[in-house]
Write a protein that binds this ligand. Structure first.
Ligand SMILES: NC(=O)c1ccc[n+]([C@@H]2O[C@H](COP(=O)([O-])OP(=O)(O)OC[C@H]3O[C@@H](n4cnc5c(N)ncnc54)[C@H](O)[C@@H]3O)[C@@H](O)[C@H]2O)c1
Length: 342
């Protein structure tokens, strides 16, 4: 297959593209920035959030190579960054619109990357089956951007016959997630900080429970989805893709510390505005429809993540000196102030 991957210079895009190449597929990437980890597949550098007129062969008047299927991963993917900069949420929706128009004109099936954030924070102790999502509980502009994208996709399926799969991911960690100067992600951030002997901060404290998904489990699920969608075996489904087990963020930090052989210094702070503070995915649908089974629990994934991080650092010692992106309101020059009663 020839697979067009948007957001191919990001964590999931890089892992997915390499996985598809290894399976014998052709990959064409589109991203607004170069891939920091690999040059194994061609990447068109393009801003996908422009207001472009319709163009048959690609987005924004650029003729793309022929494709059989599109995987749309490009997005501003940080919840709290979009609380501070909500115009990026609109850009996420515009990107999805552009990709949908492209897919519609060429009649291509689409795989989309949604998120557990669409569930909001209200069902904290319920089961998170796919039908639990309700737009009335939109927690943040990021969540709104994914709900809007999902809604556009469902409307294209009804009005234009689009074939799609929507995956809702949750805290994907592992390889190709260490570009901390661009984007703060909690697992590599903790590895970075603890390996320097620095304290870490757990926003949401001991109650923050997340469903951490090791990258290879996420990629194997997307890969199965691509195969089944292309073969016409599964279509027009929305599917949770996560490990299906809750772990506190504090436990994740302790596992990292154990791997690094350090005593963790953990500060606890209130959850940040817009964040989901408890999520454990119901993954029965992914099992049933895709025959997928995640195989990497947190205590097996963290050692791999730490080991990959250390290998990369050993080969790229300069990365250590780059400043970490500042994602949080309390540290931003344009700090977003939470209302006192919120
Ligand atoms: N990683 C996770 O834990 C997770 C969880 C839930 C959902 N998701 C979703 O999965 C997708 C991939 O996530 P990721 O972790 O790989 O994110 P990422 O930030 O590593 O990758 C996203 C890529 O999109 C690109 N991009 C952003 N704006 C663009 C634009 N205007 N034009 C072209 N490219 C643009 C970025 O440059 C980046 O390379 C995202 O849509 C994200 O919202 C990820």
């Amino acid at each position: 297959m020839r697979v067009l991957v948007t957001g191919s210079s990001g964590q999931i895009g890089t892992n997915l593209a390499r996985h598809l190449l290894a399976d014998g597929h052709d990959v064409f990437g589109v991203d607004k920035r170069q891939n920091p980890w690999t040059d194994e597949f061609p990447t068109l550098l393009q801003d996908l959030a422009g207001h472009y007129p319709a163009f048959h062969g690609g987005i924004g008047g650029v003729e793309y190579p022929s494709a059989d299927l599109v995987v749309h991963l490009a997005a501003h993917a940080k919840v709290h960054q979009l609380v501070r900069e909500p115009h990026r949420a609109l850009e996420n929706a515009i990107m999805t619109f552009n990709v949908l128009e492209y897919a519609r004109q060429l009649d291509l099936p689409l795989v989309f990357s949604s998120t557990r954030e669409v569930y909001g924070d209200v069902h904290r102790f319920d089961e998170y089956g796919e039908s639990t999502a309700d737009f009335a509980y939109t927690e943040s502009p990021y969540s709104a951007s994914k709900i809007a994208s999902e809604a556009l996709i469902y409307s294209y399926a009804r009005c234009y016959g689009l074939r799609y799969l929507v995956f809702r991911f949750s805290n994907v960690y592992g390889r190709y997630d260490n570009d901390l100067a661009r984007m703060e992600r909690v697992i590599p951030l903790f590895i970075h900080q603890m390996s320097r002997g620095e304290p870490i901060t757990v926003f949401g404290g001991d109650d923050k429970v997340l469903d951490f998904t090791y990258i290879d489990d996420c990629i194997s699920g997307i890969g199965l989805g691509i195969e089944r969608l292309a073969a016409g075996e599964v279509a027009n489904e929305t599917i949770n893709l996560a490990y299906g087990q809750g772990n506190t963020l504090v436990r994740a930090a302790e596992l990292i510390a154990g791997e690094l052989g350090v005593d963790p210094r953990i500060n606890r702070a209130p959850a940040l505005l817009g964040e989901v503070t408890r999520y454990v995915a119901d993954i029965r649908k992914a099992r049933e429809l895709l025959g997928w089974e995640p195989v990497t629990p947190l205590d097996r994934g963290i050692p791999r993540a730490v080991s990959w991080f250390r290998e990369w650092r050993a080969e790229h010692p300069f990365d250590e000196k780059l400043p970490v992106a500042q994602d949080r309101a309390d540290e931003s020059p344009h700090a977003f102030k939470q209302p006192a009663n919120a």
